[in-house]
Write a protein that binds this ligand. Structure first.
Ligand SMILES: O=C(O)CCC(=O)C(=O)O
Ligand SMILES: [Fe+2]
Length: 327
């Protein structure tokens, strides 16, 4: 089964939408991953975000990053070997609803480098959100839900602070890593739809038959998309949240890599119940993701908190939103 590469140039054209929706949904059922070709996010904007990201990770001294650690609103920095105490990568999180990075608390939670750049981040998050909505409409359409906007309506951009944007840097190392570390531990994403932008290949995903790992292809200017646990559970398991990881075999220790992820999630108070129309009912009672059983009725916000606590420890919740006084 070939890795799905889907051309969405005509996604807004009424005559083509259903065929595209079906391709996206078929790929979401089998692989849980797909590559989007001819998508609406300008190459220039992606390049600009990567440039800001590269300058931050390469040029800002580590102590000008670690003083603004990821907080309970999921804004801030997470340095090498912080995630699950074993992932050798650094990342910067920009979560929250539109406008929240420009407000006082948002500004104070960010390393100074980012404070005059929040408009660009907000603008990028916004175009990512638009694309996530288009994909959610396609999924509802091809799953034959009575309302094609059913998922989209639950993902209002300003409906809560669930949407997260994260930039990542896997640094090149001069020495062999220790056995106990990896680049990014195997996981599935917690939300609905993730858009992944990458400078090079290196992501490994669980094969559709569950037997082993395959390398996700990297095609210049294409976006890799994957689905999260919340949507997989909600769809009664029809859509798949596939595990993925980055290893030192895929990205050798002396090679650097950068990526960016936009995690589209439903409004945090959305209650997750498998849709009856999507079938499978009882099978979902033991739906397990990232080592946790997802109980019916849990909210998207509660589930996301559980996952973030698994990565960062519950102390992140206690981090005051204002981690530092501005310098
Ligand atoms: O770096 C990548 O390509 C993947 C990032 C990822 O899976 C995540 O941030 O959840
Ligand atoms: Fe992920």
């Amino acid at each position: 089964m070939a890795f799905p590469i889907i051309d969405i140039k005509h996604i807004d054209d009424k005559d083509c939408q259903f065929a595209i929706a079906k391709e996206i949904t078929d790929a979401s059922r089998t692989w849980g991953f797909l590559l989007l070709k001819n998508h609406p996010i300008p190459t220039k904007d992606i390049g600009e975000m990567f440039k800001l990201s590269r300058d931050f990770f390469n040029d800002v001294p580590e102590d000008q990053k670690t003083r603004w650690p990821i907080n309970g609103q999921y804004v801030g920095y997470s340095g090498p070997l912080s995630d699950r105490k074993k992932d050798d990568k650094a990342s910067m999180w920009f979560s929250g609803k539109p406008g929240c990075l420009a407000c006082k608390e948002g500004q104070e939670a960010l390393p100074p480098y980012w404070r005059d750049k929040v408009d660009r981040i907000e603008a990028f998050k916004h175009i990512c959100h638009d694309l996530v909505i288009k994909l959610l409409v396609c999924l509802a359409l091809a799953l034959d839900l009575p309302d094609r906007n059913y998922f989209a309506k639950a993902h209002a951009e300003d409906g809560g602070n669930g949407n997260q944007f994260r930039i990542l840097c896997y640094p090149a190392r001069s020495r062999e890593p220790s056995e106990s570390t990896t680049r990014m531990s195997a996981h599935s994403d917690s939300g609905s739809v993730t858009l992944l932008f990458q400078t090079c290949a290196g992501l490994e995903i669980e094969a559709p038959d569950g037997k082993g790992w395959v390398s996700a292809p990297h095609l210049e200017n294409n976006i890799l998309v994957n689905l999260g646990d919340a949507l997989a559970f909600w769809s009664g398991g029809q859509l798949k949240a596939t595990k993925h990881r980055v290893t030192f075999d895929g990205v050798p220790h002396d090679v650097g890599r950068m990526s960016m992820a936009y995690f589209g999630a439903a409004v945090p108070d959305t209650r997750l119940e498998p849709l009856k129309i999507c079938g499978t009912g009882e099978a979902m009672e033991q739906y397990k993701a990232n080592g946790l059983i997802i109980p019916t009725g849990i909210t998207v916000g509660e589930y996301s908190k559980m996952i973030m606590a698994g990565i960062y420890g519950s102390s992140v919740e206690q981090q005051p939103p204002v981690a530092n006084t501005p310098t």
